[in-house]
Ligand binder design. Sequence first.
Ligand SMILES: NC(=O)c1ccc[n+]([C@@H]2O[C@H](COP(=O)([O-])OP(=O)(O)OC[C@H]3O[C@@H](n4cnc5c(N)ncnc54)[C@H](O)[C@@H]3O)[C@@H](O)[C@H]2O)c1
Length: 437
Amino acid sequence: MKISVFGLGYVGAVTSGCLTTFGHSVVGVDYSQAKVALINQGKAPVIEKNLDQAICDGVARGQLRATHEAPDAILSTDLSLICVGTPSRKNGDLDTGSLKSVCVEIGTALRQKSSWHSVIVRSTVLPGTIRNIVIPELEKASGKKAGIGFGVGSNPEFLREGNALDDFHNPSKTVIGAGDDRTGNEMESLYSSIKAPLIRTSIEVAEMIKYSDNVWHALKVAFANEIGIICKSLRVDSHEVMDIFCQDLKLNLSGYYLKPGFSFGGSCLPKDVRALVHKARSLDLDLPLLGSIIPSNEKQTTRGFEMILQLGKRPVSILGMSFKAGTDDLRESPILEIIERLIGKGFDVRIFDRNVNLSKLVGANRDYLLRMIPHVSSLLVESLDDALSYGEIIVIGNGDPEFRSIAPRIRPDQFVIDLVRIQDHSRLDGQYDGISW
Ligand SMILES: NC(=O)c1ccc[n+]([C@@H]2O[C@H](COP(=O)([O-])OP(=O)(O)OC[C@H]3O[C@@H](n4cnc5c(N)ncnc54)[C@H](O)[C@@H]3O)[C@@H](O)[C@H]2O)c1
């Protein structure tokens, strides 16, 4: 393929050098004369292991050259990758100045081109940037319509500096967000030599993935560091702790606990987070990340409550009272907190939970429930049908499989608040709201 790469910094230079090794022809574009000259001399414009060789080989084979003229690059290639910088502004916002100006340059050059051209954003940009900035700027400058005169896509870069070439050839994944099929297919061909999972999705999801990935990586570092600080104070070997932690691929390093949904609860997580944070405080340790977990969780419970509140004082049926499906453990169940607050506000509430039978509850579990909602027995209904026919607001409180397919049974006068994410919610358009989706 014939590709132009706009921005010859770390990402652009690595991308340019590596794409030539797949047999593609690359024209690099940068307004830095020095970077353009270095590439044309077969030298890497940034320090990165093995990049000099890749660029030297690409130039020697006649597959790589650089220019500062956008029209030259656009007219001699079929697809452009935007790799310009998107640094932070003072207030933390993304500075899209370079992105806008590169779009104007590409768009202006596209005016001179009658054939199809795809423009792919590889720079890290916030969700909505391509739809709200890249496409309008390209359309204005080119006089063409995205998806008709040219294609647009998102293809975030996941390389790590210092390991960039290896990461380019062996990425954890390739994510392709395309505005149209033709652009998506072209992006697939671009990476056809790479053996890594290739994921096709929407432009906005592709933009967001990069942020969820990087924030997750940052969170992992901060988490490990704070665990290390506590360990050090307690004279426990933090590396041995985290080595064992990392061996758990079922619950720790896995997809478990990583789906947006309702607050955590139950007899362990809240208690144990509180105990560790209290221990840290008693040791005079300032651990902002661990200290923010309980407030973040409480905020999610409040969000759920406010979603119901804003629908007005209508009868509410709660499906699921325990903190997760398949248990009758009600201790620190966040849905109980919501029920208590609703009752306090004068809402008429009914509850259905197949696993909770008041006559069978004993000990701390029963005490907890009766302390939270003393007259709970008068609120419990016997069947899902009873619950569905009672409330005008239906709240799905836990992931019991029975609740996941209620959509066809919802009446036109009812509204569903979903704290779990039921399977068929799209059919409830206008009568449905999910807590984090
Ligand atoms: N560096 C990384 O490890 C890494 C990894 C993944 C994603 N990213 C993202 O990729 C993007 C690029 O990062 P980088 O580190 O390569 O940036 P960089 O600052 O090293 O390089 C950006 C280059 O773009 C050039 N440029 C700016 N405006 C231009 C224009 N109008 N036309 C042509 N060239 C122009 C600059 O001269 C510069 O050479 C950023 O959005 C970054 O967040 C970076």
